[in-house]
Design a protein around this ligand. Structure first.
Ligand code: 5AD
Ligand code: SF4
Length: 439
C-alpha cells in the first residue's frame, strides 16, 4: 500500500498553486492522496505569514495534528511554505511535534525529507532559490471545480513594501519560462478547464530574457491566444508597474477577463511613501483613468490596510475618498499587523492604537459594502456572459458561475454543465451575488 499524504492550504492563491506542485512531487514519488487526516501517513500544512492572525490559525491546526500524532506516533507532520521559511528550526523546537519544515523553494526535496523524517531525524530545507520556478512540474489540481485552474508564472518579490514579509519568505523575484506556461494553459484547456488565472506577486514585472525577451503584455497575449474559449485572469498587479500595453492587450482579447486587482493599500501619498509603495495617490488615479479609457466597464478590486505606522485621521480620510473616487467593485481590507523582520518593524513605530485601527477598518468596510452594492445594482437588468462553475450552495437545484468582471451569478438551470458559457439576465442582487435567469 502506498503511503498517503493529506495537505491543507492557507493563505493566497499562490499557495493553492504551490500545494498542487507538492501533490505532483509526492505522487511522482509514489505517495497517494488521503481522503481525510485520519487516514494520512503524512500530514502537511501549507502556511501563510502575511498577518499575525494567519499564523495563529496555523498554530491552532498544529494543535489538532499533535493530537493525531499522539494517537498514531508514526504519522509525519510537515509545515510548508511561508511560515516554515520565516520560523525555520523554531518550528521543530516548538511543542507542536512538527517533523518536517519545508520552505517554498524546497518542494522537489520533499520525498527525501519525508524519508529523513520517517527515520527519526530532523527534516528541514528552507533554502531559497534564485532560479526555482517548478516550470517542468505538472501540478495535480486539488479541490478543483474542473473549470478554473491557477498557473504560477513567477515566484518571489523584489518590491520591499515596508509592511510586507513576502520578500523574506519567498525570496527574490524570478519568472517562469513562457513556453511552459503556455503549454500548461493548453493542457488544462484540453482537459476541459475554461479559465486560467496567471499568478505572481507582481505579474507586471514578469520578464523572460530569451532570444526574444517577453514581458507580461507579451505573455498575456500568448496565453489568451491558446483558445478564444479559454478565459484568462491574472493577479496581482502592482500600480507602479501596470502599463498601458497590458491594458491594450486586454482590449484586443475578449477572453481576457475585464477585471483588474490593483492593490492600493492607502489613498494617502504620505502613507504610500512610508509604505515604500513607489507611487502616489495621483499616479494610482491616473492608472484608473487609463483603465476606464482603454477598458470601459472593467471591474476593479483592491487591497487596503488600515492603521499603518503613523497614519493620521486625515490620511485615513484620504483612503475613504480614494475608494469613493474609484468606486471599487470589491476589496480585501485589513488592519495593519506588524511582521517581524520587515522594514516597518525595524524602523517605524506601530503607533496607531488597536481600537483606532479597528474603527478605521470598520469605516473602510462599511464604505466598501456601499460601493459593492452600487456595483451589483448597476448589473440589474443586464445580460451577462457567465462561465458555469457548478451547483450553487443555495437554492437547491440552482447553478453558479462568474462574469468576466468576477461577480458570482446564481441562476436556475437543469441542463447546463460546468465549463459552459451561458447568458444570464440579472434580476436582483444580494450582498454577495447576482441572481438571474438564463436567456
Ligand atoms: N498587515 C496587514 N496587511 C498586510 N498585507 C500585507 N502585509 C500586511 C501586514 N503586515 C496585505 C496587503 C497585501 C495583502 C495580500 O495583504 O494589503 O496586498
Ligand atoms: Fe501568500 Fe504572502 Fe501568505 Fe505567503 S505570506 S502565503 S505569499 S499571502
Amino acid at each position: 500500500m502506498p503511503k498517503k499524504y493529506y495537505i491543507e492550504t492557507y493563505g493566497c492563491q499562490m499557495n493553492v498553486a504551490d500545494s498542487e506542485v507538492v501533490a505532483s512531487v509526492l505522487s511522482d514519488a509514489g505517495y497517494a492522496p488521503a481522503g481525510s487526516i485520519g487516514e494520512a501517513d503524512i500530514i502537511l500544512v501549507n502556511t501563510c505569514s502575511i498577518r499575525e492572525n494567519a499564523e495563529q490559525r496555523v498554530w491552532g491546526r498544529l494543535d489538532l495534528f499533535r493530537a493525531q500524532k499522539k494517537k498514531r506516533p508514526q504519522v509525519i507532520v510537515g509545515v510548508l511554505g511561508c511560515m516554515a521559511e520565516r520560523l525555520k528550526e523554531k518550528l521543530l523546537e516548538s511543542d507542536k511535534m512538527v517533523d518536517m519544515v519545508v520552505g517554498p523553494d524546497a518542494y522537489r526535496d520533499l520525498p527525501m525529507l519525508v524519508e529523513t523524517a520517517v527515520s527519526g531525524h530532523a527534516a528541514v530545507n528552507v533554502l531559497l532559490s534564485r532560479e526555482e520556478t517548478y516550470a517542468d512540474i505538472s501540478p495535480v489540481r486539488l479541490e478543483s471545480n474542473g473549470v478554473s485552474a491557477f498557473i504560477s508564472i513567477m515566484r518571489g518579490c523584489n518590491n520591499m513594501c515596508a509592511y510586507c514579509v513576502v520578500p523574506y519568505v519567498r525570496g527574490a523575484e524570478r519568472s517562469r519560462d513562457p513556453e511552459t506556461i503556455v503549454q500548461e494553459a493548453r493542457e488544462v484547456f484540453e482537459q476541459g478547464y475554461r479559465e486560467v488565472t496567471l499568478l505572481g506577486q507582481n505579474v507586471n514585472s514578469y520578464s523572460w530574457a530569451g532570444s526574444t525577451p517577453i514581458g507580461f503584455a507579451g505573455l498575456l497575449e500568448m496565453v489568451a491566444s491558446v483558445d478564444p474559449g479559454l478565459r484568462v485572469r491574472y493577479s496581482t498587479s502592482h500600480p507602479k508597474d501596470l502599463s498601458d500595453d497590458v491594458l491594450e492587450v486586454m482590449a484586443g482579447h475578449d477572453n481576457i477577463c475585464r477585471h483588474i486587482h490593483l492593490p492600493v493599500q492607502s489613498g494617502s501619498s504620505s502613507v504610500l511613501k512610508r509604505m515604500n509603495r513607489k507611487y502616489t495617490r495621483e499616479w494610482y488615479l491616473d492608472r484608473i483613468t487609463s483603465i476606464n479609457r482603454i477598458l470601459p466597464g472593467c471591474a476593479l478590486s483592491t487591497d487596503i490596510i488600515a492603521g499603518f505606522c503613523g497614519e493620521t485621521e486625515e490620511e485615513h480620510q484620504e483612503t475613504l475618498s480614494l475608494m469613493r473616487e474609484v468606486g471599487f467593485d470589491f476589496a480585501y481590507m485589513f488592519k495593519y499587523s506588524e511582521r517581524p523582520g520587515t522594514k516597518a518593524s525595524r524602523h517605524m513605530k506601530d503607533d496607531v492604537p488597536d481600537e483606532v485601527k479597528t474603527r478605521r477598518l470598520n469605516e473602510i468596510i462599511a464604505l466598501q459594502n456601499e460601493l459593492s452594492s452600487v456595483s451589483k445594482k448597476a448589473d440589474i437588468g443586464r445580460i451577462l456572459e457567465v462561465l458555469v462553475e457548478g451547483p450553487a450552495k443555495k437554492p437547491i437545484g440552482a447553478m453558479m458561475g462568474r462574469t468576466s468582471g468576477n461577480k458570482v451569478v446564481v441562476f436556475q438551470a437543469s441542463d447546463v454543465r460546468p465549463g459552459e458559457y451561458v447568458q444570464v439576465k440579472v434580476t436582483r442582487a444580494t450582498s454577495a451575488t447576482l441572481i438571474g435567469n438564463l436567456v
